[in-house]
Design a protein around this ligand. Structure first.
Ligand code: NIG
Ligand code: FE
Length: 429
C-alpha cells in the first residue's frame, strides 16, 4: 500500500516509543517524546523523525502535509489480543454473571464460549466477514492499526479454518492489519465432552496440520484453565504447534492460579495473557524471559475479577502489553480508551507505561516489533493523532475516544472530521 509522501509537523508531542523491543520493566517508562515533533513517510514507511526545526529542506507542494499543532502523535495502537470473528451475542449471560453465576459455571453448562460456537458454526464466511469488517472499522476509529484475531469459536476443522479465512480475506481488503491466531483449544466441543485428551489428539492430528499447510495462522493459543485445558494438555498442544512453525500464546492464570505464567516462560511463548491470578514465581519467571505479559483489564472489569498485578510485573522486569480481549462473552468491548483508563487507575500503570503497552510491547506480543509499534525510520508509517496535546489525556480524559486521525502505512485512513457516517453500526444489522 504505497502512499503519497506524507509530512506531519509541529506535533505538540511526537511519541516515538523507539525500541529495543519488548520494553521490559523500567524501560517501559521511556517513550521517546519529541516536543514540536515532525515525521516524514514515503512509500508507506517512515523516512525521517525529529524536531520540526530540524526537518530537511523539502518542497511542501509535493507532500501531503498535516499540521499537528496542539496535538499528540503516537504510533498506531496494536490490540494484541482479540476474538473478533464470531457469530451471535450473549447479552443475557452478562447479567447472569452480574447476578452471581460464575463464568466457568456457565461454560460447564454448555453456555459461554459453546453458545458462541453454535452461532459461529451456523454462520457463513460472508456473514462472519461482514460482521468482522464492521468491527475493524470501529477499531480503526479508536486508533488501532494492527490487531490480533483468534479462531476458537469453531472447535472443528471446517469452522476454525473458516474463521481464519475471514481474517485472511479482510487482511487483503481493509487497512487494519490482522495477525491470525489458531485457538482450537478454546473450549472442549460437545462432541468431545468429558474426553479432553481425545480432543487435543484430534487438534494435533487433524486441525493443526491443516492450519499449518494453509499458512493461515502465525500463533497457536490455548485456554489453560481449570476445567478447560490442563497444563499438560496445553504443553502438549503448544509443543506440537511450535513443531509446525507456529508461535505460542497462552490464556494463563485468568480465573484460577494453575501455573500458566510458569508454563509460558518454560515454552518461551511470545505472550502470556490475562494473568489475573499469576503467582509470584510465575511473574519472576516471565521477568527472566522475553515473553510479553498481555494484560486485559476490561475483562477483569466485566467479570468483576481482581486486576492483574501490573506494578509487581513491571517492577520485576516483565514486558507488559495491554489489549482489549474483545469477544462476545467475558468482554464485549474493544474500547482502547477504557483499557487505558483502567490500566492507569486500577492497575497503577503510569501514562507512559500505558502508551508503551499499547504500542511497541503490543507489537512484540504479535511478533511485529520489527515493522510496527514505534515511530522509527524504516518502520511502517502507522500513527495516531490525538485531539489533545499530550499523551496524558489518554488517561485523564477517561474513557473518551481522543483520536482525530489515523495513518496506516502513510495513508490517512480515518479522520474524525469526515467519518461521522463511517462508525460502527453493528447494532443496526
Ligand atoms: O479471553 N477465556 C477465554 N476466552 C475469552 C473469552 C471468550 C468468550 O467468553 O467467548 C477470554 O476471556
Ligand atoms: Fe481472550
Amino acid at each position: 500500500m504505497a502512499g503519497k509522501k506524507l509530512l506531519i509537523k509541529h506535533a505538540a508531542e511526537l511519541i516515538t516509543c523507539a525500541g529495543p523491543a519488548p520494553k521490559q520493566g523500567p524501560a517501559m517508562g521511556d517513550i521517546g517524546m519529541i516536543p514540536d515533533g515532525a515525521l516524514l513517510a514515503e512509500d508507506g514507511r517512515i523516512s525521517w523523525v525529529g524536531p520540526t526545526a530540524a526537518l530537511p529542506a523539502l518542497d511542501e507542494s509535493q507532500w501531503e502535509v498535516i499540521d499537528a499543532a496542539g496535538q499528540c502523535v503516537l504510533p498506531g495502537f496494536v490490540d494484541s489480543h482479540t476474538h473478533m470473528v464470531f457469530g451471535g451475542y450473549r447479552a443475557e449471560e452478562f447479567f447472569w454473571r452480574l447476578s452471581g453465576t460464575p463464568y466457568l459455571e456457565i461454560l460447564e453448562r454448555g453456555g459461554g464460549i459453546l453458545n458462541t460456537v453454535e452461532a459461529t458454526r451456523a454462520a457463513s464466511l460472508a456473514e462472519l466477514k461482514e460482521l468482522a469488517g464492521r468491527r475493524l472499522r470501529s477499531m480503526l476509529a479508536m486508533g488501532v492499526t494492527t490487531v490480533e484475531g483468534k479462531s476458537g469459536y469453531g472447535l472443528d476443522k471446517e469452522t476454525e479454518l473458516r474463521q481464519l479465512a475471514v481474517m485472511a480475506e479482510l487482511n487483503r481488503e481493509q487497512p487494519v492489519e490482522i495477525v491470525p491466531t489458531f485457538m482450537g483449544a478454546h473450549a472442549v466441543p460437545p462432541e468431545y465432552k468429558g474426553r479432553t485428551d481425545a480432543y487435543v489428539d484430534y487438534l494435533i492430528a487433524e486441525v493443526l496440520p491443516a492450519v499449518s499447510a494453509q499458512g493461515i495462522a502465525e500463533f497457536c493459543d490455548v485456554f489453560c484453565e481449570q476445567g478447560v485445558f490442563s497444563l499438560a494438555q496445553s504443553r502438549r498442544l503448544l509443543t506440537a504447534a511450535k513443531g509446525l512453525g507456529l508461535k505460542a500464546k497462552l490464556h494463563a492464570d485468568e480465573i484460577v492460579a494453575l501455573g500458566g505464567a510458569e508454563l509460558a516462560a518454560e515454552l518461551e511463548a511470545c505472550s502470556a495473557d490475562h494473568l489475573l491470578q499469576a503467582s509470584a514465581a510465575g511473574i519472576a519467571a516471565l521477568g527472566k524471559k522475553r515473553t510479553v505479559a498481555t494484560l486485559l483489564p476490561m475483562t477483569a472489569f466485566c467479570l468483576r475479577e481482581p486486576y492483574a498485578r501490573a506494578r509487581a510485573m513491571i517492577d520485576s522486569g516483565v514486558a507488559v502489553a495491554l489489549a482489549t480481549d474483545y469477544n462476545p462473552g467475558s468482554c464485549f468491548s474493544h474500547s482502547i480508551p477504557l483499557v487505558a483508563a483502567l490500566a492507569a487507575i486500577q492497575l497503577g500503570m503510569t501514562p507512559a507505561e500505558v502508551v508503551t503497552a499499547l504500542t511497541i510491547n503490543g507489537a512484540a506480543a504479535v511478533n511485529r516489533a520489527d515493522r510496527v509499534g514505534s515511530l522509527e525510520v524504516g518502520k511502517q508509517a502507522d500513527a495516531v493523532i490525538l485531539e489533545y496535546p499530550s499523551h496524558l489525556f489518554l488517561v485523564y480524559h477517561a474513557g473518551m475516544n481522543l483520536v482525530d486521525k489515523v495513518i496506516k502505512q502513510g495513508q490517512l485512513s480515518w479522520s474524525k472530521a469526515d467519518n461521522i457516517d463511517n462508525i460502527h453500526r453493528e447494532g443496526k444489522l
